[in-house]
Design a protein around this ligand. Sequence first.
Ligand code: SF4
Length: 293
Amino acid sequence: MPDTIARFQEPLTGETVRCTLCPRSCVIAEGKSGFCRVRVNRGGVLFAETWGKPAALQVDPIEKKPLAFFLPGSRTFSIGTFGCNLGCRFCQNDELSRNGYATAQQHPPVTPEELVELARRYDCPSIASTYNEPTVFFEYLADTAKLARVAGLKTVLVSNGFIAPEAARELYRLIDAANIDVKAFDDSFYRTLCDGTLAPVLTACEIFRNECGGHLELTNLIIPDRNDAPEKIHALLDWVEEKLGRDTPIHFSAYFPAGGYHESPPTPAETLFRIREQAIARGFSRIRLGNLR
Ligand code: SF4
C-alpha cells in the first residue's frame, strides 16, 4: 500500500510541519505524529498513516450508528481505523481511538475500490465511517466516498465534529448522512473532559446541514452530574432550534463507565426519560434514547 501524503499541512521551519485538518493545529516535528497519533511527519512531509488500513470492518444495522431517519431498516458496511483527535476521558471505544499505527498491530490493507466491492457483496446501500474518529482518516474516507457515489452507494459519517471548517466543507460535500456528537453544550466540559472545545463542533454541524445539505442527526451522551442538568439540555435545544430546526433528530444516550473513567455512575433510565419529556415539551419531534439496558 503506497504512502499517502496528508491533506491540510503547512511546512514550518526546518522539517517541522503544522497539520490544519482539525482545530488542534498540531505542530509536528520530524519523526513524530500529531495528537491523533496517525498523521506522521517523515522528512518534513506529513503522511496519513490510516489510508487503506482499516482496523475494523463490519456490517451493522444503520440504526446502530445511530441513524434513525436515513435508509431505515438497511444495513451499512462499517469501517474504522485507529486514532482520535479528541481525548475524552470517558471514551466508550478507547481500544481503537487511543492507538496508532506506530504501536498497533498492522492489519491487511483494503483499498477504497475493495471497500465499495465489499459493500455491494454484503448488500449494503451505504458505507459508514465509524468506530474511531473519521476525521483522522480524511483521505481514505474521501477517496472511498467518491467511488461510492459513482457506484450508487451512500456515505455515512459518525463523527465528533472536531474538524477545521475548510476541511469540513471539502469532506462533507461527499457525505450523505452523519451523526455528530455534541457531547455537552458546555465549553468547559469539552476542555476538562475531552481536551477540546465546543465551538468547532457546532460550526461543523452547521456546515454539514446548512451548507452541504446532508442529513444530520445528533448524539448527546448523558453523563450523570456532568452534562445532564436541565439548563444544559435547554441550552443544547436552544441552539438546535435556532441553527438546525426542531425536526433535527437527537439521540440522548446512556453512559456506562469506560476508558478508565469511573468517576460517574451509569446514567439512570429516568434521566433519559426526563430529558425526552423536556425536548418533546419544546416541540422536538424526533427524539431517540439510546444505550438503555
Ligand atoms: S488531525 Fe491529528 S495531527 Fe492533525 S491537527 Fe488534528 S490531532 Fe493534530
